[in-house]
Write a protein that binds this ligand. Structure first.
Ligand SMILES: Cc1cc2nc3c(=O)[nH]c(=O)nc-3n(C[C@H](O)[C@H](O)[C@H](O)COP(=O)(O)O)c2cc1C
Length: 306
């Protein structure tokens, strides 16, 4: 039997490799999610879905900057009722774990949306308590320990599948918020969401995004993400899904050495195309074998003991 050195089990979910699609990129239809699965991703995270449909912001919603993108999409989504059809379709056509990202304006909304996602067939739920550009949800919840505890606790009571909590880097102590989430019932932490940012057109003097500010993603935020994961790993026992600026296998390995058990890739998929999944996993596999490890699991958090 040939052992797959990239196979991992994280928070009770089995992945054929630890390179997942991040929330918000190609994650809004079954068709695009199936394409990502066929391109070799180890798992799928959907676009963040709310209880009701939401239109999102007018254009421009994305602007390219040095080494990254700034986006303020405004969480456009069809609502969980319509999206449940997409979930069922993905589960019919793929075997890899499907994690549905959810957001809400109250603990009850988060819990109800999460429950409906699981009923439709999601293997796990990721709470987006870290979106930096929509008021009264996202970052406003994830930056407030009391609200975070209430939301995570309520969702945990309502579902019996793994619960991931995605944190924002726009705080002074991300590891403390990870501790709060874990105490309230999180089975894993995802870190990080985008970093608050802005771009102004020097010809007109106007902010470029319709929402003025947005979230920075891509290689520009990678060192911030690595630091966040390193700090979270030292403070909580649950596994970490690392995210933020990964575009090649070296980046992915760096996240795993910092303490991530698996990684998620967003902007690189938008910029480089679906080939990134195979390129990253091929490079990771070669690295693990070259270094004489049997499994990628052996190098999770290794940099903490060196
Ligand atoms: C266009 C775009 C849309 C995004 N939408 C979501 C979303 O709906 N929910 C969420 O949790 N994160 C969302 N994100 C954040 C990504 O999932 C990820 O945390 C972040 O972009 C950092 O990873 P990356 O540098 O690999 O893109 C979005 C990012 C981008 C660029």
């Amino acid at each position: 039997m040939v052992l797959n050195c990239l196979e991992v089990e994280v928070a009770g979910l089995k992945f054929k490799n630890p390179v997942l699609l991040a929330a918000g990129i190609l994650g809004i239809t079954a068709e695009s999610l199936v394409r990502v699965a066929e391109a070799g991703a180890g798992g799928l995270v959907t676009k963040s879905i709310g209880l009701k449909p939401r239109r999102g912001y007018p254009n421009p919603t994305v602007v390219q900057v040095n080494c990254g993108l700034i986006n303020a999409m405004g969480l456009p989504n069809p609502g969980i009722k319509a999206f449940s059809e997409e979930i069922r379709e993905v589960k019919k056509r793929t075997e890899i774990p499907l994690i549905v990202s959810v957001y809400g304006y109250s603990a009850e909304e988060f819990a109800e949306t999460a429950k409906q996602a699981i009923e439709a067939g999601a293997d796990a739920v990721e709470l987006n308590v870290s979106c930096p550009h929509v008021e009264k949800t996202g970052g406003e919840i994830g930056q407030n320990p009391e609200l975070l505890k209430e939301v995570v606790g309520k969702v945990k009571d309502r579902i019996s599948k793994p619960l991931l909590v995605k944190l924002s880097p726009n705080v002074s102590d991300i590891a403390h918020l990870a501790e709060v989430a874990v105490k309230a019932g999180a089975d894993a932490i995802t870190a990080i969401n985008t970093v608050r940012a802005m771009k102004i057109d020097v010809r007109t003097g106007h902010p470029i995004l319709a929402n003025k500010t947005g979230g920075l993603s891509g290689p520009a935020i990678k060192p911030i993400a690595v630091r966040c994961i390193y700090e979270i790993y030292e403070r909580v026992k649950v596994p970490i899904f690392g995210c933020g600026g990964i575009s090649n296998w070296r980046d992915a390995i760096e996240f795993i050495l910092a303490g991530a058990s698996a990684v998620q890739v967003g902007t690189a998929v938008a910029v480089k195309g679906l080939e990134v999944f195979r390129a990253i996993t091929k490079g990771m596999e070669a690295y693990v074998k070259r270094r004489g490890f049997k499994s990628v699991e052996e190098i999770v958090g290794l940099s903490h003991s060196l």
